[in-house]
Structure formats: C-alpha cells, structure tokens
Ligand binder design. Structure first.
Ligand SMILES: [Zn+2]
Length: 65
C-alpha cells in the first residue's frame, strides 16, 4: 500500500523548470489546473494512475492536450 498523497516531478510548459506536483492517488483519472510554483502560470495537469504507476502530462492552459 502506498500513500494517498504522492509527489511527482514534471516540467512546466512555460518556464521549463522541473516542479513537483502533489497528487491524490485515490483518483485514477484527473485533469486540473495548477499554477506553476516558479513562474505562476496556469498549468493544465493530466494524471493517469494505475496501481503504483503515475503518468503526468502538462500543457499550457490555453493550448490544452
Ligand atoms: Zn513555470
């Protein structure tokens, strides 16, 4: 069993910094907007969680996936 809250690193599509997202692993499919901790732009985050494997995709909010 792993924690309900996990951290995953992804690249900001605006400033290309690697930032960590806090992920609630109890929900397997998620899409939400979170501001970049570095440049404060709104990042569209898409998560797929399967067992202990987390896939994270990031995009600019205006562009979408
Ligand atoms: Zn950024």
């Amino acid at each position: 069993m792993f924690n309900m809250i996990s951290e995953k690193e992804a690249t900001c599509p605006y400033c290309w910094e690697n930032i960590y997202f806090e992920i609630d692993t109890s929900i397997s499919e998620q899409e939400y907007v979170e501001d970049c901790h570095v440049c404060c732009n709104p990042i569209l985050v898409r998560l797929s969680i399967y067992e202990e494997s987390i896939t994270i995709d990031t995009a600019k909010e205006d562009d979408g996936f």
